[in-house]
Design a protein around this ligand. Sequence first.
Ligand code: HEM
Length: 125
Amino acid sequence: MESMEEIVAREVGADGLAAMTAAFYRRVRTDDLLGPMYPEQDFEGAETRLREFLQFRFLGAEAYLEHRGHPRLRMRHMPFAIGEAESARWVSLMEAAMDECGIAGEARSVISPFFAQVADFLRNR
Ligand code: HEM
């Protein structure tokens, strides 16, 4: 059976992940709940970090590790108060970004649960 990584590589690819990340951050910037949590001066940097992380996680691209080291996502999210509302909002903005980018079918059916699980795991309040 094909792995999640193989499905995403085949159906979405590096450019698809980049488009999805851009569409996500376009929404984050103006979001009343999440917008204020992100560095106002460095939205582009935040977009780069998430894009490179996703290209690392799904496609094995090395840039994230070179720039940031081991992801340690739980630790890196501790400074931000993430409760149920924040976690649910993150997921809904990402779902809207995936709709916009036409991420559907098998890819969508593996990426959506992945985001839901990580967003739940990152709750720290
Ligand atoms: C649960 C709700 C979430 C909230 C409120 C949240 C919020 C944030 C914030 C405020 C940052 C700092 C922005 C920056 O990089 O300067 C960040 C970074 C990051 N987030 Fe999230 N996040 C959430 C979920 C997720 C999920 C589900 C993933 C992955 C699937 C993720 C991956 C990342 C990555 C890779 C970074 C950059 C880490 C680094 O290298 O420093 N986040 N997040």
